[in-house]
Design a binder for this molecule. Structure first.
Ligand SMILES: Nc1ncnc2c1ncn2[C@@H]1O[C@H](COP(=O)(O)OP(=O)(O)O)[C@@H](O)[C@H]1O
Ligand SMILES: [Mg+2]
Length: 354
């Protein structure tokens, strides 16, 4: 078995607020394998960023509190490192890319200087060599005329180019892991696809694993090897992209997949988001946290018993009481069935309610 580069075990992060404790991340565990792209998907507020920031030691405590969790990085627990060791690990082995490149780039230095600084901090390179390296990196991430553009300041770059520059900085120190939190959310759709391709190429070039965090399943479907779907601070389904796409067993994740399937079929007009609101994390629902929005819920188990992540075939886990039950129709089958069961159930519920 391949050893993971990063193993996260049972992460719980709580925020103290005036209204009470918000358990933003509640028992999250996952492994990232060397060189793979691991997607974390979920609606806004599901705990994706808090997960990433907790692992990286960047979550402000207080107001946050990491109640539990082990983050094994190449066999060492990141939580046991001191501030200096942690900063060194973040600088040399783990890179980060965030949504807003303007806050991550320094406005008073040229793009070239910012890449060169990273190169020189980690390699024995002269100024001229680091500058050449910066040009090569900009070329790699698809900046046109990199020899000229290397001397530009961040404000002279477009949004898409700034995000490419951040990718160049992220790979300049040859990391083993890149954590990218909504790296393309601020960009328009066509630029998004290009930047993601660049990220994929850059990661492959440096043989780096990527944790790709996004609220957009479409983004990970084309790119990731494995995906974890988060809901209300927990992982509710995890597996290879194919397992989730064709054999999703948790209705929330399934609903997300449905949107993608519909995009595939170019039935954009019929795209329908999952009904209902994300739960209030001050008082999450009893039983299954998704039950208030689930068209399959029953009024006994789903309301009263919290489902565990159930181990299925092919390294696939799902948090649903019915994940092993007969009668599930896989999305693959639903693709040939024009009207899907999911929406039949939603409609049946609506009829019952009215
Ligand atoms: N500073 C904060 N104070 C209180 N609660 C917070 C704070 N930051 C985040 N949270 C809580 O953590 C939850 C998860 O946030 P976050 O990880 O940022 O979600 P996302 O999945 O959109 O990245 C939010 O729904 C919110 O309830
Ligand atoms: Mg976020």
């Amino acid at each position: 078995m391949t050893q993971p580069v990063l193993s996260v075990r049972n992460l719980r992060t709580t925020f103290k607020t005036d209204a009470g404790d918000v358990r933003a991340v509640d028992g999250v565990s996952f492994d990232v394998l060397p060189g793979e792209i691991f997607g974390i998907v979920g609606e806004s507020g599901s705990g994706k960023s808090v997960t990433a920031m907790s692992i990286l030691g960047l979550i402000p405590q207080p107001p946050a509190r990491i109640e539990s969790g082990e983050f094994l990085w190449k066999g060492r627990d990141l939580r046991k490192l001191n501030e200096e060791e942690l900063r060194k690990t973040r600088g040399e082995e783990i890179s980060m890319i965030f949504q807003d490149p303007m806050t991550s780039l320094n406005p008073v230095f040229t793009i070239g200087q910012q890449i060169s600084d990273v190169v020189r901090a980690h390699h024995d390179a002269s100024k001229a060599e680091a500058h050449d390296q910066a040009v090569a990196m900009l070329d790699l991430v698809g900046i046109p005329n990199p020899k000229q553009r290397v001397d530009d300041y961040p404000h002279q770059f477009s949004g898409g180019m700034r995000q490419r520059a951040l990718i160049a900085i992220a790979i300049a120190n040859d990391p083993d892991l890149i954590i990218a939190d909504e790296p393309t959310t601020a960009l328009d759709v066509t630029i998004q696809a290009q930047v993601l391709e660049v990220l994929q190429k850059a990661a492959a070039k440096t043989n780096s694993a990527v944790v790709l965090i996004t609220h957009d399943l479409g983004v990970v479907a084309g790119l990731a090897n494995r995906v974890a779907v988060m809901y209300a601070g927990q992982i509710v389904e995890e597996g290879s992209v194919d397992e989730l796409y064709y054999r999703s067993r948790m209705p929330y994740a399934w609903g997300l997949m449905e949107s993608i399937a519909r995009l595939d079929q170019r039935r954009l007009g019929r795209l329908r988001p999952i009904d209902g609101q994300p739960p209030n994390m001050l008082r999450p629902p009893t039983g299954c946290r998704f039950h208030p929005r689930c068209p399959y819920r029953d009024n006994d188990r789903c309301l009263n018993q919290e489902p565990q992540l159930i181990e299925l075939e092919n390294d696939h886990r799902a948090r649903c009481h019915y994940s092993l039950a007969a009668g599930w129709v896989s999305p693959a089958e639903r693709l040939v069935e024009p009207e899907t069961r999911w929406h039949d159930h939603v409609r049946a519920r609506e009829r019952e309610a009215s």
